[in-house]
Design a protein around this ligand. Structure first.
Ligand code: HSE
Length: 398
């Protein structure tokens, strides 16, 4: 018998307590011993909670209890979450986390600390929520050189783009609906500006290539500039628009970026709709694997956190810490990566064809047209676009 603690008791924290209780025997079998909820760290009083007897406000109570072997950090953000994660590791406790901001910014440091102190540091829920993603990437695909990971890593933006595509809503209406349904936060900046997807891309890039990128160095464009016209024009070209986080191995080093992409309607990712996430992994032996599922939410996220708790207990004698920052190094510039492009302009066909003779522009219900280019790097594209007023310029997933 060992004890675990939950730090933070919001949507994910309550989900973890419920899932750990509902699957106690199965999780005990996975862990190799029974696991009892020792403490829940909360700031506010919750006198009506069925877990009120477990609640503490002072982290030192958890830190100083030698029977607690695992701490589940589901607070979010970097302040207290970072401090408590450090202190838990220093006290000889494994830490599991759903906190992509913390893992993306301090994961390497916490992983090193965990190794030094002989405890596990696991964060399966931080990317893809309930989708088993990081373990398959690091363990099941261990026999592969990973060449690229890319995918739909944010449910809120995927919900908005799906509503814009399927129902012809504009961005503002789709965002309002996402907020009403509780997908998007009152301040949706981190989602719609691509910041959340950027943090997850940083984690995937490190897990895949060991490059430990600073999230601030990953070129990131969200979906606020995606117009209803883009969805309409993309569809008539045989594509839809998805916000993709991508990290890849190239001759010049690891590249990572987050941008809206045109995705062929025939591609699996094109049919990943609503709040679902999906991540493709290209490996040297396996080819391409696509993992799809709920990327957020109480129980999907708790599913991943609870499994991490059991795994940390199972491996108490031989702790598990992902090999972050194995290679180090800076990201190679995104703009040098050649790809076909989607361009939306307000121009006549002969004006488009003067700059892009190979283009076959399509017109929608507005005066604007869109066309696809041959593969080229961004600077070459921008030079050819000089005579046109481009309204949207996005990569095409080829
Ligand atoms: N806001 C995130 C999303 C939650 O919409 O995907 C999960 O990280």
């Amino acid at each position: 018998m060992t004890k675990y603690a939950i730090l933070g008791f919001g949507v994910v924290g309550t989900g973890v307590a419920e899932v750990m209780a509902a699957q106690r025997e199965k999780l005990a079998a996975a862990a190799g011993e029974d696991m009892e909820l020792g403490y829940i760290l909360v700031r506010r009083d919750m006198p009506d909670s069925p877990w009120k007897d477990k609640m503490v406000k002072d982290f030192a109570v958890i830190e100083n209890d030698p029977d607690v072997s695992v701490v589940a950090e589901v607070i979010g953000g970097v302040g207290p979450a970072y401090e408590y994660s450090r202190r838990a590791i220093l006290a000889g406790k494994s830490v599991v986390s759903s906190n992509k901001e913390l893992v993306a910014t301090h994961g390497l440091e916490l992983a090193k600390l965990a190794k030094e102190h002989g405890v596990s540091y696991l964060f399966e829920a931080s990317v893809g929520g309930g989708i088993p993603l990081l373990r398959p990437l690091s363990r099941c695909l261990a026999a592969n050189r990973i060449d690229e990971v890319y995918g739909i890593l944010n449910g809120t933006t995927n919900y908005i783009l799906t509503a814009m595509d399927a129902q012809g809503q504009d961005f503002a209406d789709a965002l309002k609906k996402a907020q009403e349904l509780g997908y998007a936060e009152a301040d949706p900046t981190a989602d719609v500006e691509g910041i959340d997807a950027c943090r997850k891309t940083a984690i995937l890039a490190d897990m895949s290539f060991g490059c430990n990128p600073d999230p601030a160095s990953i070129p990131t464009t969200g979906i606020t500039s995606v117009a209803a016209a883009d969805l309409e024009l993309a569809r008539s070209l045989g594509y839809t628009v998805k916000l993709l986080g991508r990290a890849m191995r190239t001759e010049n080093g690891c590249r990572a970026f987050v941008q809206p992409h045109l995705v062929p309607l025939t591609h699996t990712l094109a049919s990943v709709n609503g709040v679902m996430n999906a991540c493709a992994i290209r490996g040297s032996a396996v080819g391409e694997v696509i993992l799809c599922g709920p990327g957020a939410g109480r129980y999907p996220t708790a599913s991943a956190v609870a499994a991490d708790i059991a795994d940390a207990v199972r491996h108490r004698a031989a702790p598990v810490v992902p090999d972050l920052g194995a290679l180090g190094g800076k990201l190679a510039p995104e703009e040098e990566l050649a790809s076909p492009w989607y361009v939306r302009v307000c121009a006549k066909p002969d004006e488009v064809c003067a700059a892009f003779p190979e283009a076959q522009p399509v017109y929608g219900t507005t005066m604007e047209c869109a066309f696809l280019t041959e593969p080229m790097a961004r600077p070459a594209l921008m030079a050819r676009l000089a005579a046109l007023e481009a309204k949207a310029v996005w990569r095409v997933l080829a």
